[in-house]
Design a protein around this ligand. Structure first.
Ligand SMILES: [Zn+2]
Ligand SMILES: [Zn+2]
Length: 160
């Protein structure tokens, strides 16, 4: 899309002619119908099907504009979200399981400050490998890994 003049972020580009830049809304819809008619007079319009609704068939130049503005896109997005949500929930459940699994390993150790589940996930595999070590070895190993994963912030852990 061509660079828009400053302060005109709401402008949309006509799919039939880049030079036509109009305020999105009713005016643009009227303009689009006009340009569509002109285009169909001059060219044999190739119709393309909307990915969100098989009954939507638009002229090829309008495809991108339609996909971005299709009213059925909302329905598809809503349909997708539960899948993402459940995946997210699944990952959370997994993290919880790892946490419960590990609690007996780290008893009597001070809790890690600024606990971050994301970082915990990344580091959990590493931490779980150090089972069977002596407590002081384990602490040193863990410290080493934390330094690697979190940077210098973890350095003050052992000073507490
Ligand atoms: Zn136009
Ligand atoms: Zn559509």
């Amino acid at each position: 899309m061509a660079a828009k003049p400053q302060g005109y972020d709401f402008l949309v580009e006509c799919p039939y002619n880049k030079v036509h830049q109009l305020e999105n809304g009713r005016r643009f819809q009227i303009h689009l119908i006009k340009c569509r008619k002109e285009y169909e007079k001059k060219f044999t319009a190739v119709k393309v099907q909307c990915p969100f609704n098989a009954t939507h068939r638009v002229n090829e130049p309008e495809q991108r504009y339609h996909v971005e503005n299709c009213p059925d896109r909302v329905i598809v997005d809503k349909f997708r979200n539960p899948i993402v949500d459940s995946l997210d929930a699944l990952q959370r459940k997994e993290v919880k399981m790892i946490m419960e699994d590990d609690t007996d390993d780290w008893d009597r150790e001070p809790p890690v400050p600024a606990y971050d589940p994301q970082k915990y996930c990344e580091s959990s595999n590493v931490i779980r490998h150090c089972r069977g070590m002596q407590p002081h070895e384990r602490r040193a190993f863990r410290q080493q890994e934390l330094v690697r994963l979190r940077g210098a912030k973890a350095l003050d852990l052992d000073n507490k």
